[in-house]
Design a protein around this ligand. Structure first.
Ligand SMILES: *Cc1c(COP(=O)(O)O)cnc(C)c1O
Length: 380
C-alpha cells in the first residue's frame, strides 16, 4: 500500500538510523573537506557539494518522484533561491539560436531572464497560461516553460497535454511548481522533464529563508543543471538547507491546513458586492477548476480578487489585523498585498493577492470580512 503524504514528508531524506546519531543530522558548515590524495569522493570543495544539501535533495526528490513509476530515480539540485533554480534550467539548457516558450503571465522576474536570454541570442516567445495558449507558439522550440497555477493570476494549463505536444515537437518541458508545492502537484509524473520551484514559498513555509530546487529524471540533463550551480555559484547556505529539511516534516500539515482555509476564505468572499474577479483553483466554478482537479492534489494557499480601486484595496490591507501587508506567499502567517504596486503584472489597481496561512479559519475569515466592511465604510 502506498504511504500517505504526511508520512512521506516526515521521513523524507532521513539517513539510515545509526546508534547515537541524530535523526536529522545538523547543518555541515564547511568550505572545504579533508582531502588527502586524489579528489574522488563527493565532498571536496564547498561550492560543489555539501552533505546537508545531499539530504535535502534526497528528501525533495522523494516528494517530487512520480508515484506512478516507483523506483524511477529522480535527481534534485538545491539552489540559493527560486530564481537561481529557474536560471539554472534556462541557462544550462538553451544555446544561441534556440527558441524558448515562456508564459506571458508568469513570475515577475521572467521578463528579466528574457532580456538576458535574448542578449545571448535565444529567441523568446510568450503566450498566456490559460487555455493552453502556449501550444500555439511551440513550433520548433527547444524548451517550453510552464507556470501553473500562474502567479498571481491563478490560471492553470494542462501539463500533460502541453508536455505531450512539446515532446512530439522535440522540446523539453519545465514546470514552475512553486505555488502548488511538491505535495500539491507532481510535474514529473505528468511527463515534464524538470520540476522547478521557489522553496522560499510554501515548501519551507515560514517566510524566513530563500531557497529553490530543480528536480528531473534525466541524469545527463540534471548533471548540466548541477554543473550550472557550480559555475554560477548559486549555492544554498547549509543552515538554510537544514532549516528547509526540518520544515519538510510539517509540509503536509501546513499545506492541508492552508489549502483548506484558502477554499473557505474564497467561499466566504464569493457573492460580496465589493469583491470581483475572485480566483482560486479549488472553487468548483473557477475557470481553472476542471484542469486543476485532474492534475493537482491540493489547490494551493493563494486566493486572488479585485477590490473597486486602489484606495479601497489599501484601506482593506491597512484594516487587517491578522494578515501582514507583505509580498511572497505560502507561509504559515497570512499575507496579502496590492499586487499592482510593483508594476509588471497585468492586474487591476485593486487586485489583491492573498496568501492564506495556518491561522484558525474562522479567525482569518472574520478578520478579512471585517476589514472589507471597514474599507467600504470609509468610502461613504
Ligand atoms: C517567488 C517565485 C519565484 C522566485 O523565487 P525566489 O526564491 O524569490 O528567487 C519564481 N517563481 C514563482 C512562481 C514565484 O512565486
Amino acid at each position: 500500500m502506498a504511504i500517505g503524504d504526511g508520512t512521506r514528508a516526515v521521513r523524507a531524506g532521513l539517513p539510515d538510523p545509526e546508534k547515537y546519531a541524530p535523526t536529522l543530522p545538523g547543518p555541515v558548515f564547511a568550505a572545504h573537506y579533508h582531502l588527502p590524495g586524489d579528489p574522488t569522493g563527493p565532498y571536496t570543495y564547498g561550492r560543489d557539494e555539501n552533505p546537508t544539501w545531499t539530504l535535502l535533495e534526497q528528501a525533495i526528490g522523494e516528494l517530487e518522484a512520480p508515484a506512478t513509476r516507483p523506483g524511477e530515480p529522480v535527481e534534485t539540485v538545491a539552489f540559493a533561491s527560486g530564481m537561481a533554480a529557474i536560471s539554472a534550467v534556462l541557462f544550462s539548457q538553451l544555446r544561441a539560436g534556440d527558441a524558448v516558450v515562456l508564459p506571458s503571465d508568469g513570475y515577475q522576474a521572467l521578463p528579466l531572464a528574457r532580456e538576458r536570454l535574448e542578449a545571448y541570442g535565444v529567441e523568446v516567445r510568450t503566450a498566456p497560461t490559460g487555455d493552453d495558449a502556449q501550444l500555439s507558439v511551440l513550433d520548433g522550440a527547444r524548451l517550453l516553460w510552464l507556470e501553473t497555477p500562474s502567479n498571481p493570476g491563478l490560471d492553470v494549463c494542462d501539463i500533460r497535454r502541453l508536455t505531450d505536444a512539446a515532446h512530439d515537437a522535440g522540446a523539453l518541458v519545465a514546470v514552475d511548481n512553486t505555488l502548488a508545492t511538491s505535495l500539491g502537484q507532481r510535474p514529473l509524473e505528468l511527463g515534464a522533464d524538470f520540476s522547478v520551484a521557489s522553496d522560499t514559498k510554501g515548501l519551507t513555509g515560514h517566510g524566513d529563508i530563500l531557497l529553490g530546487h530543480v528536480s528531473g529524471r534525466d541524469p545527463l540533463r540534471m548533471a548540466e543543471v548541477r554543473r550550472w550551480r557550480k559555475i554560477a555559484g548559486a549555492i544554498p547556505g547549509p543552515m538554510e538547507a537544514w532549516l528547509a529539511h526540518r520544515s519538510l516534516a510539517t509540509l503536509a500539515l501546513r499545506v492541508d491546513r492552508q489549502c483548506a482555509t484558502a477554499l473557505t476564505l474564497a467561499e466566504a468572499l464569493r457573492g460580496r458586492a465589493d469583491v470581483t474577479g475572485l480566483r482560486h483553483p479549488g472553487l468548483p466554478d473557477d475557470p481553472s477548476h476542471p484542469v486543476a482537479s485532474r492534475q493537482m492534489r491540493r489547490f494551493g494557499s493563494v486566493v486572488s480578487f479585485v477590490l473597486p480601486d486602489r484606495d479601497r484595496a489599501e484601506r482593506f490591507l491597512a484594516a487587517l489585523r491578522l494578515v501582514d501587508d507583505a509580498t511572497s506567499f505560502g507561509g504559515v502567517r497570512s499575507t496579502a498585498e496590492r499586487r499592482g504596486r510593483w508594476g509588471g503584472d497585468a492586474v487591476p489597481e485593486g487586485f489583491i493577492r492573498f496568501s492564506v496561512g495556518a491561522e484558525d479559519p474562522q479567525d482569518l475569515v472574520a478578520d478579512v470580512l471585517r476589514a472589507l466592511d471597514e474599507a467600504a465604510e470609509s468610502d461613504k
